[in-house]
Design a protein around this ligand. Structure first.
Ligand code: PLP
Length: 435
């Protein structure tokens, strides 16, 4: 009968939150930090693939992958087996002070997989924000330059360096000043300054050079520019064609490093192993986390060997690159290469086509965007978007928001054609109820 007794999904038997969920919500409210951003009261008991069961036995179709994390699906049997096998042999020894094979094996694999032919090295940590912190320290260390550029609308995490680089929502920064100094934010070129998408290089880069670098941040003092190849939390915005290649040239001209935050867009999410590959650009540093270990905490910074030249003791993390997380990551990469990267392309096309046709039928949906299984579509207002997320939840479809008023689609990369068809059908019905 399988894990969920052959039930169709979604299957809502007790309107959520049911009685058991309500009891957990009460305890959570009493004891857990109020800083989290839960929009609807889902209390999870277990999950498999793209199906999540709540504590009252309701089954939900998960189009969030736990915020773009469970790349191979929830509790993939091969990932679970790798975790079990590794945890019976060695759970922890700390790669900071000792060696174990899993870390070196994963470092070699990531170095070979990431764009760029030259030799590379990998620093391991536990989260996206930690990967960004490490990259921020690394670029200042290597260049001995103080300033860093980042994009308006960017989200890089909530620790001090990552928060200081972020500029997607004021709530992330309000009340936490003073932040890390010498970080300058530049507008994200959602559309080209000349209007529409530019195809021949990018005027945006020229403007960056003639305004910011000439007036405010002398380029010889700029260590790096941090970019997301697709802005994530800020709204799932890809870059206009031409901009990133032009930015790469600008970086080369002034010796600034290009850091790609692939925490959300990397590890197959966009149908390529790394989203930056869509633009034909090779960054100097790549930050990874989220999907890399299908749900175990792991972050990584991959940089060219001559850039990752910091001395022993300058940066490290007790838990970073833990052997169990590394084993889960190695199996995740196997599964992506064997099957799920292709699936992300095919299912991404299906979902995009489905969203475009929903947008034709429901004019309140606008601006379908993204690549692979990293897609978004706008509703007219944040209030309507939040209402829709709650409505979808009550009918058994888990979605997240991003940007001002967008619905975000980042399902596990193992999602099936049937599951996408079911989700689109339900969304169609629910959109009709919304208006
Ligand atoms: N960078 C990007 C692009 C992200 O989307 C996120 C999280 O959403 C982060 C960094 C921070 O990652 P974490 O929450 O693991 O610290």
């Amino acid at each position: 009968m399988g894990l969920f007794d052959g039930r169709t999904v979604p299957d809502i038997r007790l309107p959520p939150p049911g009685p058991k969920a309500q009891e957990w919500l009460r305890r959570d409210a009493a004891w857990v930090s109020p800083s989290y951003t839960r929009l609807y009261p889902l209390v999870v008991e277990r999950a498999s693939g793209c199906v999540v069961q709540d504590v009252d036995g309701n089954l939900f179709l998960d189009l969030t992958a736990g915020i773009a994390v469970t790349a191979t699906g929830h509790c993939h049997p091969q990932v679970v087996a790798a975790i079990q096998e590794q945890s019976e042999r060695l759970i922890h020894m700390s790669g900071t002070d000792f060696y174990y094979p899993q870390q070196a094996e994963l470092a070699e694999r990531l170095a070979r997989l990431t764009p760029g032919d030259g030799p590379k090295k990998v620093f391991f940590c536990n989260s996206g924000a930690e990967a960004i912190e490490a990259a921020l320290k690394l670029v200042r260390w290597h260049t001995r330059r103080p300033r860093v550029l980042a994009l308006l609308g960017a989200f890089h995490g909530r620790t001090y360096g990552a928060m200081s680089l972020s500029a997607s929502k004021a709530v992330h920064r309000r009340g936490f000043a003073p932040l890390v100094p010498e970080i300058h934010h530049i507008p994200f070129p959602r559309t080209c300054p000349e209007g529409g998408w530019c195809r021949q290089g990018c005027r945006w880069v020229e403007e960056l050079e003639t305004t910011l670098l000439r007036r405010l941040a002398p380029p010889e003092e700029v260590a790096a520019i941090f970019i997301e190849p697709i802005q994530g939390e800020g709204g799932y915005y890809p870059w206009p064609p031409g901009c990133l290649p032009a930015l790469r040239k600008l970086c080369d001209r002034y010796g600034m490093l290009l850091v790609a935050d692939e925490v959300q867009s990397g590890i197959g999410r966009t149908g390529r192993m790394f989203a930056i590959e869509h633009y034909g650009v090779v960054p100097d540093v790549i930050c990874l986390a989220k999907g890399i270990a299908s749900g175990l905490p792991l972050g990584a910074v991959v940089a060219q060997t001559h850039i990752m030249d910091w001395p022993p003791g300058s940066h490290a993390s007790t838990f970073g690159g833990n052997p169990v997380a590394c084993a889960a990551a190695l199996t995740t990469l196997d599964l992506l290469e064997k099957e799920y990267l292709n699936n992300a392309v095919a299912r991404g096309e299906q979902l995009r086509a489905g969203l475009l046709s929903l947008a034709e039928r429901h004019p309140i949906l606008r601006n379908v965007r993204g690549c692979g299984l990293m897609l978004a579509v706008d509703l007219p207002t944040p209030e309507l978007r939040d209402r829709f997320l709650q409505l979808a939840f009550r009918h058994g479809v888990l979605l997240l928001g991003c940007g001002e008023a967008a619905l975000r689609f980042c399902p596990p990369l193992c999602i099936t054609a049937d599951q996408i068809a079911v989700a689109l059908r339900l969304l169609d019905e629910l959109l009709a109820q919304l208006t």
